[in-house]
Design a protein around this ligand. Structure first.
Ligand code: T3D
Length: 270
């Protein structure tokens, strides 16, 4: 399946393509470093609904066209300088950004970010919301919000301290300095750094591997989400409930049977 999003414009702002169980989403506003305008945010929201509802989609890959992953909110939209900017920014965060970030976290399928260049502001938040981050060696990360007098949003204040620790998160958010790919790997911001020209191939291979995984990948994502906010006793309870669900799936039957029959398991994502 190949499709595009961006009704009303001649060039789609989001490339949408499904190959071998992976829904590949490509932010496609390269002349603006894939900055997020309303049209792109809407298209991302629709694509995530497709990912949720289509059983043939078993993993999502998010990347950017051109030299950047995403430069955050589109600052040329004028929304941050208007008379009603306080109400406007609140509305945009509630109606566009929050559903997007929650959509990624609540999607019970793995989401891989292939970070092909700079990820700044809400573009960095978008990458942080994904389950795994693979980046090219020339990629970089900037908590750009403070550079323009704003606070981090779109989940950055949630994900960043959990990924790199409170002190490092404070440093990145307060200084807004640019973090290289190697530094990102060292501090736990990304999972892998690969050569720029092999980024897409490596990220697709990873997403395809995840797409061949069992239904429990989605359930364990739910467990990990819950674990970010639970005490141990509560989390042990969540694990009990989710394991009871997992063991009832066809994929768990296949996994255990395949082990006993000494053959590779073939999972259907059910
Ligand atoms: O209402 C809401 O949406 C609120 C939500 C806010 C969340 C946020 O994300 S706030 C943070 C917004 N993002 C930024 O502040 C980052 C702005 N961009 C930059 O600082 C730099 O562009 C980068 C460090 C990311 C990259 O620098 P560089 O030198 O590689 O590229 P450049 O020359 O600055 O940018 C290339 C073009 O992209 C340029 O356009 P031009 O001059 O060629 O016509 C530039 O204006 C444009 N561009 C880059 N970032 C944005 C952008 N256009 C619109 N919005 C952007 N965010």
């Amino acid at each position: 399946m190949t499709a595009t999003a961006g009704v009303g414009s001649s060039v789609p702002v989001l490339g949408v393509e499904r190959v071998a169980g992976v829904l590949r989403l490509t932010l496609n506003r390269p002349s603006r470093l894939n900055a997020l305008d309303d049209e792109l945010l809407d298209a991302l929201g629709v694509a995530l609904q497709v990912a949720r509802d289509d059983d043939a989609v078993r993993a999502v890959l998010l990347t950017g066209a051109g030299r950047a992953f995403c430069a955050g909110a589109d600052l040329t939209q004028g929304t941050l300088l208007g008379e009603d900017r306080g109400a406007s920014v609140r509305r945009r965060l509630q109606q566009l950004y929050a559903p997007l970030i929650l959509g990624i976290r609540e999607l019970e399928k793995p989401v891989v970010a292939a970070v092909n260049g700079v990820a700044a502001g809400a573009g960095m938040s978008l990458a942080l919301a994904c389950d795994l981050r693979v980046c090219g060696e020339s990629a970089s990360f900037i908590q750009a919000f403070v550079r323009i007098g704003l606070v981090p949003d779109a989940g950055s204040t949630f994900f960043l301290p959990r990924l790199v620790g409170v002190a490092k998160a404070a440093e990145l958010a307060m200084l807004g300095s640019q973090v290289s790919a190697d530094e990102a790997l060292r501090i736990g911001l990304v999972n892998r750094v690969v050569a720029d020209d092999s980024l897409l191939g490596e990220a697709v291979a990873l997403a395809e591997r995840l797409a061949r995984g069992p239904r429990s990948v989605g359930l364990l994502k739910r467990a990990l989400n819950l674990g970010l906010m639970s005490d141990l006793r509560t989390q042990l309870g969540h694990e009990e409930g989710l394991q009871a669900l997992a063991v009832g799936t066809a994929d768990a039957v296949e996994g255990v049977t395949a082990f006993l029959q000494k053959r590779p398991a073939e999972f259907q994502g059910r």
